[in-house]
Design a protein around this ligand. Sequence first.
Ligand code: Z5A
Length: 211
Amino acid sequence: MTGRFITLEGGEGAGKSTVLDAVRERLAARGIDVVVTREPGGTPFAEAVRALVLDPARGEMCPESELLLMFAARAQHVREIIQPALASGRWVLSDRYTDASYAYQGGGRGQPVERIAALESWAAPVRPDLTLLLDLPVADGLARAGARGAADRIEREALDFFERVRAAYRARAAAEPVRFRVVDSSQPIGTVREAVGTVLDEWLDGIGAAE
Ligand code: Z5A
């Protein structure tokens, strides 16, 4: 038996960290054992890459370097955490995965989709079963993220960068309506958590997951 793979995606301040616990609780209520992880990161090596790639003090980083670093971290994460967990029947919940590279490095930085797809099929061949996209207007998300403290290297980008990121996420969700569920995360936290819970319950019922 293999487990299921769920990913959480969204722009800045979308509330992924905030709804992560709601998802975990919902799965636990059905007796589903879930490994919670994140990208970039999830292993000591990948967390070191995360620190490097988000550090604003490192100077110039060209889009090609950024894309390759995201996939270097991901390749390790997939082999060390995601694949072994799924193979042993455990479920995996990841705060971001490959869709983030299509949105940020593709939409945001303008890296060609075919290049990202080639890296994906080589370095990260595991596909999510369900992707929850938390969507809200860019300005609202940036205001939330800004209230949280010092911005990392990517958070320092201009508004139009994040508009392209959002557009890329929405385009991916529209192109893959079976895998994606889009939740309006501009609503109050309690409403977003409830909406995520409802979407998740529907999906779990649909695949016949235990009650
Ligand atoms: N990145 C990339 O470029 N390519 C890749 O392939 C991958 C990642 C995998 C780090 O990701 C960065 O890496 C990220 C994309 C890039 N870009 N940057 N910068 P991350 O996911 O670790 O970090 P993040 O995007 O900065 O996450 P975030 O801003 O923390 O977003 P969030 O987790 O979705 O939000 P949150 O922490 O749950 O909420 C943010 C604040 O808003 C917090 O104070 C909450 O209390 C508040 N909040 C949340 N929901 C609400 C609602 N509904 N109402 C009011 N306030 C709310």
